[in-house]
Design a protein around this ligand. Structure first.
Ligand code: GDP
Length: 620
């Protein structure tokens, strides 16, 4: 180890490189990291583990995002290289910045056929803004449909639109086939190993800065809960050395004392594992256990330190939903976890590790607050897959009051990229949703970028409309901006709904006969109950209809060809589209296998008594 004596303090060459990996889902990140691990000589461990390095859970994969950041550590030529995975969605904006604060460079991994894709753009924007050193890896060059030089052009184009500095534009490019375990700096010169990638990382990425002689200091970046060790906090050791049994204090972002505590366990990343160690030195990424109140954005440090490490605050929850026990007539037919107790325990457990999530037990329901439709939608989807049933209310944004008692609501910065011809419709729709355009310019290749400041409330349910309006070519990134003056009334859903007034199985005959009344949300043969929403009325008011009456499907066929009925396909609902569709007097019934819309009050008389109230404001 190199020691430099420089005016009183000792700088150590840490021989540690911390690097983020930015890749769209399926571009081969997991496979590449597996290959890197194998070639770094950690094969044995790899085989024993028999798991893939950065494998994500099902929901992350389906949605093309990474929610939890993980770290893999690889040794090469005397160096420890920590490769940190990055979350891929803007609902997790603050988290991206904190995670990137641990690293000094980024591998941008791009599929040689698909080229750079939108979801990674947000993270790349942050990485470039933090002045991280980029290395571009064009992966899967073995693909028959690889279009390497075009993809490289697209990457340059992307860097330019993201205001990369000249130095960043001068990035090193590697061509790789992660699956076949090789990389090269020159496509005419294929190799049979990943040495060029390792070497480029060592040459290009600065060593992790470390100052071992100073007192211990670390910023908490990731929080997890382990059944045996309790709360685990991950961060980069900024200075000093972290050891088990050490006494530490915890400071919040403003330097206030959160707690004094003792470290019970210190771990570090090795390969795919986390291993307990006697110490972690400055520059390396550590995981510590033993603290009770400390959370993400807090600084854990030696008691002599009084200045916290600067960090991006956790984005505040801006949206809430109410979660009810499922009381529909079909409750308990599908899921195994239906009681208030089970739901409450599950939510409490979630709130311990999901730092942007807040749960309040309101007696009749649980109020769950989070960072937007995606954040809450993922929780609901996860619970559903675990066997839960529940009723879910329309989402509300969380309001605040200013000192002068004015109502404030959350605003977001919305960054839109779309083909030039669609910019008009985007501006029109966004303006209706009370967004203010901040900036608009052409980014070349027929694309326009528009930046809006928009109330979160106005954005609910807009994303799918946006994709339709831009023929699927538009990209939208959202991040929390501020609380500001309430933007006023917004138009709600303009159509009423069709409500079932009977119990039973829906028939093709009755659905067919209702087609001129509106668009159906169910298909023939589905079980329905009284008060369940079966379609969207073409008029403003709600209408009760009978969808179970009529000739049964089998009779109909027997009665001759003139009666043969062909229903239009019904509109398909996803959790996110359904959640943004319902009004305040309606609920979404979620079970492991069904998504149903219903009136909160199933009985028509009850419904009239509690007729729609629209002033359901939630204050944080
Ligand atoms: P991740 O989602 O980025 O972690 O991607 P994976 O590593 O899971 O890979 C996604 C898919 O791409 C899998 O079917 C891999 O077998 C395939 N794949 C990964 N690397 C390569 C490669 O170098 N060449 C080709 N042709 N396919 C690859």
């Amino acid at each position: 180890m190199l020691k430099l004596k420089d005016e009183g303090f000792i700088l150590m060459n840490s021989k540690i490189k911390n690097i983020a990996i930015i890749a769209h889902v399926d571009h081969g990140k997991t496979t590449l990291i597996d290959s890197l691990l194998k070639q770094s000589g950690e094969v044995k461990e790899y085989q024993e583990m028999n798991v893939r390095a950065m494998d994500s859970n099902d929901i992350e994969r389906e949605r093309g995002i990474t929610i939890l950041a993980k770290c893999t550590s690889i040794h090469w030529d005397g160096y420890k290289i920590n490769i940190v995975d990055t979350p891929g969605h803007a609902d997790f904006g603050g988290e991206v910045e904190r995670i990137l604060s641990m690293v000094d460079g980024a591998i941008i991994l791009v599929d040689a056929a698909e080229g750079p894709l939108p979801q990674t753009k947000f993270v790349l924007t942050k990485a470039l803004a933090l002045n991280l050193k980029p290395i571009v890896v064009i992966n899967k060059v073995d693909r028959a449909d690889a279009r390497v030089s075009e993809v490289l052009d697209e990457i340059y184009e992307l860097f330019l639109t993201l205001n990369a500095t000249d130095e960043q534009l001068n990035f090193k490019v590697l061509y790789a086939s992660g699956r076949n375990g090789w990389s090269t700096t020159d496509l005419n010169n294929p190799t049979n190993n990943l040495n060029s990638l390792f070497e480029t990382v060592l040459e290009e990425i600065p060593d992790s800065k470390s100052n071992i002689e100073e007192p211990f200091k670390m910023l908490n970046v990731i929080l997890e809960v382990d059944p045996f060790l309790g709360v685990l906090l991950t961060g980069k050791v900024e200075s000093g050395v972290l050891k088990p049994n050490m006494s530490v204090k915890v400071l919040d972002l403003n330097g206030n004392l959160v707690e004094n505590g003792r470290i019970t366990k210190v771990l570090t990343f090795e390969g795919l594992n986390r291993v307990a160690v006697d110490e972690v030195k400055a520059g390396d990424i550590a995981i510590l256990a033993g603290l009770k109140k400390a959370t993400v954005t807090h600084t854990v440090c030696d008691p002599v330190i009084s200045e916290p490490i600067k960090s991006t605050p956790v984005d505040p929850p801006t949206m809430s939903i109410n979660l009810y026990v499922n009381d529909s007539p079909f409750a308990g037919q599908d899921g195994k976890k239906c009681t208030s107790r089970m739901i409450g325990d599950r939510l409490e457990k979630e709130a311990e590790k999901n730092i942007a999530l807040k749960v309040k037990n309101k007696g009749e329901y649980f109020e769950v607050s989070g960072r937007g439709e995606l954040h809450l939608g993922i929780l609901i989807e996860t619970m559903r897959r675990e066997g839960f049933e529940m009723g879910i209310s329309k989402p509300n944004v969380i309001l605040k009051r200013s000192e002068s008692n004015k109502i404030l609501e959350p605003f977001e910065e919305v960054l839109v990229d779309c083909d030039d011809p669609y910019s008009g419709v985007v501006i029109e729709k966004m303006t209706k949703r009370k967004a203010a355009m901040q900036e608009m310019f052409q980014t070349g290749m027929g694309k326009t970028r528009i930046i809006f400041k928009a109330p979160t409330r106005g954005l609910i349910g807009y994303h799918s409309e946006f994709l339709t309006d831009t023929r699927g070519t538009g990209i939208m990134n959202r991040s929390f901006l501020c609380y500001d003056d309430y933007a006023g009334e917004l138009p709600g859903r303009t159509n009423g709904v069709l409500i079932s007034n009977d119990v039973g199985q829906s028939t093709a005959y009755s659905l067919f006969n209702l087609e001129d009344r509106g668009e159906m949300l169910i298909s023939p043969g589905e079980q329905v109950y009284r008060g369940m929403i079966v379609g969207e009325h073409s008029k403003e008011n709600d209408l009760e209809v009978n969808v179970v009456k009529g000739k049964a499907l089998t009779n109909m066929r027997a009665s001759g060809k003139d009666d043969a009925v062909k229903c239009k396909p019904c509109r398909l609902l996803t959790i996110e589209s359904a959640i943004t569709y319902i009004e305040s007097d309606e609920l979404l019934e979620i079970t492991p296998n069904h998504i149903r819309l219903r009136k909160k009050y199933l009985d028509p008389n009850e419904r009239k008594k509690h007729s729609r109230q629209n002033n359901d404001m939630v204050f944080g």
